[in-house]
Design a binder for this molecule. Structure first.
Ligand code: AMP
Length: 220
């Protein structure tokens, strides 16, 4: 199964992708995580990506698509993938379709996790993430048991540079201008299913899995 999780920054794609990948035994590919890892390693890719990420802009398609295509050629992707944060532009969506087609595969479902704008702003500005295992927390809605420490692995929590207010509004603007057109793109191919992203992580997870199973059953 090849599944895309689509949603604005802060919609909960990352959290849901981890859960769904575990449940359906799919590889989880998050391009944002890949760029952050490249930055941590200090590679040329990481340095280039930083120029865009710190401004809340998208990394150019050429760079992002090349990185993604290399990643999906790895053996762990053969059984299926959940894409989190990719594609984010029409050009990326088309490049992914073309690459999968060459392997006789195709995107099966696209889940659009929908959350209202004011809620997105609130979520992003209170978000803290574990440096080690990437688990997300929120200072009001899901605080860690011990301040600054991850409940799961004890790692240090940090606020992403691009979760600062000025960058957040730029990221939301970029989403509506460049990524939202993908909602139409996948609606046209009959692959889009919308899930309400407001509610507990568990409820959204259940909604996502139910939608995926319903769509899969409908195609049989
Ligand atoms: P995320 O962790 O998905 O919120 O991504 C963080 C940042 O990484 C984005 O604001 C972009 O600057 C960059 N990024 C991640 N995925 C993509 C993508 N598919 N295309 C372009 N830029 C991306």
């Amino acid at each position: 199964m090849y599944i895309i999780l689509l949603g604005a920054p802060g919609a909960g794609k990352g959290t849901q992708a981890v859960e769904v990948a575990r449940e359906l035994k799919l590889a989880h590919i998050a391009t944002g995580d890949m760029f952050r890892e490249a930055q941590k390693q200090g590679t040329a890719l990481g340095l280039k990506a930083r120029e865009y990420m710190e401004k809340g802009k998208l990394v150019p398609d050429e760079i992002t698509v090349a990185m993604l295509l290399e990643r999906i050629s790895k053996p762990d992707c053969r059984q299926g993938v959940i894409f989190d944060g990719f594609p984010r532009t029409l050009a990326q969506a088309e490049a992914l379709d073309k690459a999968l087609e060459k392997q006789g595969k195709a995107i099966d479902e696209v889940v659009y996790i929908k959350v209202a704008d004011e809620e997105l702003m609130k979520r992003l500005s209170g978000r803290w993430i574990c440096r080690q295992c990437q688990s997300p927390y929120h200072k009001i809605t899901s605080p860690p048991k011990v301040e600054g420490k991850c409940d799961r692995c004890g790692g240090e929590l940090y606020q992403r540079d691009d979760d600062k207010p000025a960058t957040i509004s730029e990221r939301l603007k970029v989403f509506f201008a460049q990524t939202a057109p993908l909602i139409d793109y996948y609606t046209r191919t009959g692959k889009l299913v919308e899930v309400n992203g407001v509610g507990s992580v568990d409820n959204v997870r259940k909604g996502t899995l139910t939608a995926l199973r319903r769509e899969a059953a409908g195609r049989k």
